[in-house]
Design a protein around this ligand. Structure first.
Ligand code: MIG
Length: 799
């Protein structure tokens, strides 16, 4: 036997000294003696892209994550040389490349290091597959902390963790399971009040080590592909995150009904069962907007078919549900049953749309329908075909939303629970193996689904939910955290995971409330729902094989408390919708973890129980059984207890009462919160009056309130309404100014203004600087409320 020991022991390879560099427009290209090439592209003053090639040759530049429609541009790009470095200066960042070994350091304009290479770029040749294992290591500071990385079920602050990204179907996963359903290779570092982000846009299996192997080193690497990453500078986390979402894209505004309460189970069938559930919601006056059909609605789990025994006339059923205020959402999986009499299978076979193994045969795997072939969603022609398959389901039958599952892709009864690595993919014309396409398979399926639902539901807005995803997939779909378990630990995990998804550009997310596997106690269900009404996506789902999980199943007390909280979500819909508007416009996360809310306050760096819902509501779930309250951290500033209106001064931890019917909620002082009346579903009621809850502050605070038609696309033609409320509180006066933009006019004409925490008695009210008699505005001294014209521009309430 001949062994090539030299090859076997080649190990890590490193760039050598710089020979030369070139500058062409926004890109500076460096080349080393051993042929390594580094491209640094300046996209924005605070965003640089770094690509490395070990042969001097780059492969075709292509990314599923990057949103090409986003404009970039910078104000300054200057290149200077020192004896030891080539220095690139933008308005925000100074980037130094060492002549010795092309190690890179990023600094701010006061010379403070933001992020410096430790070993920097290095690689190992991959003898088995070709190409390289590409690696990067960075020095990190003692006080540095890390956040991001998608759906990982682990501590919110990632310091000390080593994690890998390989989309995996993880039924009943646990805390610290490293590979879950999504791959979001983006994280943020924070030290010395400076935050930066790294987006490692590589779809192979990627790995991240946050000071786990070595205390002062952070590294990331991939099992193939290119060392291709974006460095984004803050210094605020909000600058980093909004730049990342500019790069990878934002979704369109969902229809408002998608923000209502959703009920799901595996599975509601036949039709009479579905109706029994929906009627019960109405009978009990428990608000609900959507009902889900899991895999059993299909004929033998064949996608785009119906089991006619269970659902003899789906179109009629869907329209009857709709008339009762329920939208129907149906599941669609990627596996297509091998069955020559099944037209969709036949067509995909004829058109060569299924994935194949390296040596030619189709990729065959077992999922719910039995043996299946799988469409190659990385082929644009296949995506086009797939989107067309929704014609009947959406366009004719009237299903309003689609739920994509099993798209990691999941395969049963095989090692690794997914495709073998040799499976071939089109990858939009850049043919590759499953090693490269695995992590984007689910995203491309959701993308094709989005296109289809959008096309056939137009001019209404589409609603998609997916289990697997990759960075940028937020452009197409919402998501949930998969097969969790009905345990208290999973309630804790749901809280962390949704905050983390919000920090990873994927705000439209939620967990299976109450847990998917096993069955919650009434207490656990209640506590979970109290948290879930603050998640951007709010759905109860369970596997169904452990008993019922409808809100009435746990008895009268749980039902009443649950109703009270779902009603609260419906009251807060205009506030939540405004948070969605800020997310789709600016990339602002809908939930703001405390570290994001106030990064200067180091107390927040290891906090994860508390979060800010939207901009002004602080929430902290109860995550233990048998308690009457908990300790929580109140961030700096002053906050009103939502339940008692008692004002507390933040910047400290305190005990908060929270018996079973209470979740700790605090409102930021100065906030003006828009509220709807309770409805059983979105747009049930023609709005006659909008409530504004105003929380007094000595000082200034701005609030926003966005509205439009709740569905459709007229908002893009300026038919929206964005109101800004500027509150100025004085010892004996409140001034409230309103500025409105957009052409939308809501059906109501007045606001009911409820005042909270006002330290003086209101004696006079001036409307547009003219005094109005208190009875004319229906001033109610007991409630401290009044009714005012919605178009006011300035209001003075004087003591
Ligand atoms: O192998 O469609 O995560 O939400 O109910 C299980 C049945 C397949 C997994 C999903 C779950 C869904 C279930 N699916």
């Amino acid at each position: 036997m001949i062994t090539n020991t030299e090859l076997e022991h080649k190990g890590n390879l490193y760039p050598t000294a710089l020979i030369t560099y070139e500058h062409d427009q926004d890109t500076i290209s460096f080349i080393t003696k051993n042929g390594v090439r580094l491209h640094i592209q300046v996209l924005r003053d605070n965003m640089l892209r770094l690509r490395y090639s070990t042969t001097g040759i780059f492969e075709h530049d292509f990314s599923y994550a990057v949103d090409e429609s986003q404009p970039h541009g910078f104000n300054q790009l200057q290149i200077t040389e020192t004896e030891t470095h080539i220095v690139i200066t933008t308005e925000k960042v100074i980037c130094k490349v060492a002549r010795d070994d092309i190690r890179v350091g990023m600094y701010n304009h006061s010379g403070k290091p933001i992020l410096e290479d430790e070993l920097g770029f290095h690689w190992e040749e991959s003898f088995e597959f070709g190409g390289n294992f590409v690696k990067m290591s960075k020095s990190s500071k003692d006080q540095e902390n890390f956040f991001g990385l998608g759906d990982k079920p682990t501590n919110f602050n990632l310091k000390g963790k080593r994690l890998s990204l390989w989309n995996t179907d993880q039924y009943a996963y646990g805390k610290d399971t490293t590979e879950l359903y999504k791959a979001v290779p983006f994280y943020m570092g924070l030290h010395g009040n400076m935050s930066y982000g790294i987006f490692f846009d590589n779809t192979f299996k990627t790995h991240f080590d946050f000071c786990s192997e070595r205390r002062n080193v952070t590294s990331f690497w991939a099992d193939g592909g290119e060392m291709n990453y974006y460095f984004i500078y803050g210094p605020q986390m909000s600058d980093v995150l909004t730049t990342y979402t500019d790069l990878t894209g934002k979704p369109e505004l969902p229809p408002m009904w998608a923000l209502g309460f959703h009920q799901c189970k595996w599975s509601y069938y036949p039709e009479s069962k579905v109706k029994e559930i929906t009627s019960k919601f109405r009978e009990l006056n428990f608000p609900c907007d959507a009902i889900y059909l899991d895999i059993d609605y299909m004929d033998g789990f064949r996608c785009f078919t119906w089991n006619k025994e269970y659902f003899p006339d789906p179109k009629r059923m869907v329209s009857e549900l709709e008339a009762d205020g329920f939208k129907t959402v149906a599941i669609i999986d990627p596996g297509i049953k091998i069955d020559l009499s099944y037209d969709i299978f036949k067509e995909a076979l004829d058109k060569n749309y299924f994935c194949r193994r390296a040596d030619g045969p189709y990729m065959r795997g077992k999922v719910w329908p039995g043996e299946c072939y799988f469409p190659d969603f990385t082929n644009p022609e296949v995506r086009e075909w797939w989107s067309g398959l929704y014609r009947e389901l959406i366009g004719d039958i009237g299903v309003k939303g689609v739920w994509n599952d099993m798209n990691e892709p999941a395969v049963m009864e095989v090692p690794g629970k997914t495709f073998p690595l040799d499976v071939r993919h089109d990858y939009d014309g850049h043919r590759c193996s499953h090693r490269k396409a695995h992590n984007i398979y689910g995203m491309q399926m959701a993308r094709a689904t989005y296109d289809g639902v959008k096309k056939f539901n137009f001019p209404k807005r589409p609603f998609i939910i997916t289990r697997a995803n990759y960075s940028g997939g937020q452009r197409y779909t919402s998501t949930w955290t998969g097969d969790n378990v009905a345990t208290w630990e999973h309630l804790w995990l749901a809280n962390v995971q949704i905050q983390r998804l919000c920090m990873s550009g994927m705000s439209f997310s939620g967990s299976d409330i109450g847990g998917f596997a096993e069955q919650p106690s009434g207490e656990l269900y209640t506590r979970w729902l109290q948290l879930g009404i603050f998640h951007p996506f709010c759905r109860v789902h369970s596997s169904g094989d452990h008993g019922e999980q409808e809100p009435w199943f746990f008895g009268e007390e749980v039902l009443d408390i649950s109703r009270k909280f779902v009603e609260l979500r419906y009251q807060l819909l205009p506030y939540l919708y405004t948070a969605f508007h800020n997310y789709v416009q600016e990339g602002m996360p809908i939930l703001k973890p405390l570290v994001y809310f106030d990064q200067e306050d180091v107390q927040t760096h290891y906090r994860s129980d508390e979060f800010i819902f939207g901009n002004q509501i602080l929430v902290c779930p109860v995550q233990e059984p048998n308690v009457q309250g908990r300790r929580m951290y109140i961030p700096r500033g002053k906050w009103y207890n939502f339940w008692t209106d008692k004002l507390v001064v933040g910047g400290k931890e305190m005990w908060v009462d929270a018996p079973l019917d209470i979740i700790p909620i605090y409102i930021k002082e100065g906030a003006v919160i828009p509220k709807y009346p309770v409805q059983q579903y979105v747009d049930q009621i023609k709005m006659e009056q909008m409530t504004l809850d105003l929380y007094y502050k000595l000082g200034k605070e701005n609030s926003e309130f966005y509205e439009d038609a709740h569905d459709g696309y007229e908002y893009r033609q300026n038919v929206y309404s964005l109101r800004t409320f500027k509150l100025t509180g004085k010892e004996d006066e409140i001034i409230l100014q309103q500025h409105k933009s957009g052409k939308y006019s809501a059906p109501y004409t007045s606001f009911k203004l409820n005042l909270h925490g006002v330290p003086f008695e209101i004696k006079k009210v001036f409307y547009e600087n003219e005094e109005v008699p208190l009875d004319q505005i229906h001033f109610n001294a007991e409630e401290n409320s009044m009714i005012i014209d919605k178009e006011f521009s300035e209001l003075h309430l004087v003591g």
